[in-house]
Design a protein around this ligand. Structure first.
Ligand code: ADE
Ligand code: ZN
Length: 326
């Protein structure tokens, strides 16, 4: 109980958050009505009842369907502002959010529309709520490398306002290797790099992400634990793992939170962090994820502080900004 109180009260950073995954059913319905977009659900309860997944793909199907209600700049603003207001209550003071431009461009939404709405909310959030931010443009790995290059070209006029690129969507059968050239180009452009790896995919995909894509962080990374040499490489090179406990539970990456590998990660010298991934779909924001860990694992006060500290240390804040939080 006191550990939960401590986790709630500490200022925190969130490093793994898909803004489209913060679309709560209430806002989904409001935007559907506002934009005249049909939804295959009768009400908010029916949406919540549908959120039962046995793997990543079952979630992704509803995630891509849900975001069809996002149409105007104001929609993206409202989505992002709702997230910021929610996590301000969790004492999140820094957030690095991912967005999936291809999922919107494919539906005929202009890059300017989605980007302006998200960025305007982040600027207002920084002013009004004191939450600093970084922006991560994520490529969809179920699409081709050519499509990723096209998205990068479309994003060109905004790249100076984007901090990093990522790689997400269905992992099985979509290895990082296929995106080596587009990541190399992003590196040349001065963007920071991260990729989802080892969520459902094998340790080899984590190797590909660090060797082939040359990412600086790994999103998830759970299955890295199956490869002792990989664990050593990640620990030696101080990679940050952006771990998402409630996501892991909802997507059956773990069967029970009591079996969650978070403490094994810390004890193996890995720089693990606590994040919410897609909070509207997985039943919890950052503090809910800390609470779930504390309730199910024999976590110490020191380990809790380490997790919180890792969030700032693994962020893309400047060294000076990090000093302020560490
Ligand atoms: N897109 C949104 N959430 C994701 C996740 N957990 N894994 C892969 N792609 C995603
Ligand atoms: Zn994710």
């Amino acid at each position: 109980d006191t550990l939960i109180k401590l986790a709630e009260r500490l200022p925190k950073a969130e490093l793994h958050l898909h803004i489209e995954g913060t679309l709560e059913p209430e806002l989904m319905f409001a935007l559907a009505r506002r934009n005249g977009v049909p939804l295959p659900y009768d009400d908010v309860e029916a949406v919540r009842a549908a959120y039962q997944f046995s793997n990543l793909q079952e979630f992704l199907d509803l995630y891509y369907q849900g975001m069809s209600v996002l149409q105007t700049e104001q929609d993206y603003y409202d989505l992002t502002m709702a997230y910021l207001q929610r996590v301000a209550a969790d004492n999140v003071v820094h957030t690095e959010i991912m967005f999936d431009p291809q999922a919107h461009l494919e539906r005929g939404i202009a890059f300017d529309t989605l980007f302006s709405g998200i960025e305007r909310a982040l600027q207002d959030g920084e002013q009004q709520l004191g939450i600093s931010y970084r922006l991560i443009m994520s490529f969809l790995r179920h699409l081709s490398e050519e499509s990723a290059f096209e998205a990068l070209k479309t994003a060109e006029p905004w790249l100076h306002r984007i901090d990093a690129v990522g790689l997400d969507s269905g992992e099985q059968g979509n290895p990082p290797d296929r995106f080596e050239r587009v990541f190399a180009r992003c590196r040349e452009l001065g963007l920071k790099l991260t990729a989802h790896a080892g969520e459902e995919g094998p340790p080899d995909y984590v190797w590909q992400a660090i060797k082939g894509l040359q990412v600086e962080r790994i999103d998830h990374g759970n299955r890295a634990l199956e490869d002792a040499e990989l664990v050593k490489a990640l620990a030696d090179r101080q990679f940050t793992l952006t771990v998402c406990p409630l996501s892991n539970l909802k997507l059956c990456v773990v069967n029970d939170l009591k079996e969650h590998p978070m403490l094994t990660m810390l004890e193996s010298g890995l720089n693990a962090t606590v994040n919410s991934d897609d909070p509207a779909y997985f039943g919890g924001y950052v503090n809910d994820n800390y609470r779930a860990l504390i309730e199910h694992l024999p976590i110490t006060r020191e380990q809790l502080h380490t997790l919180v500290r890792n969030g700032f240390a693994g962020s893309w804040l400047s060294d000076r900004e990090k000093q302020h939080h560490l």
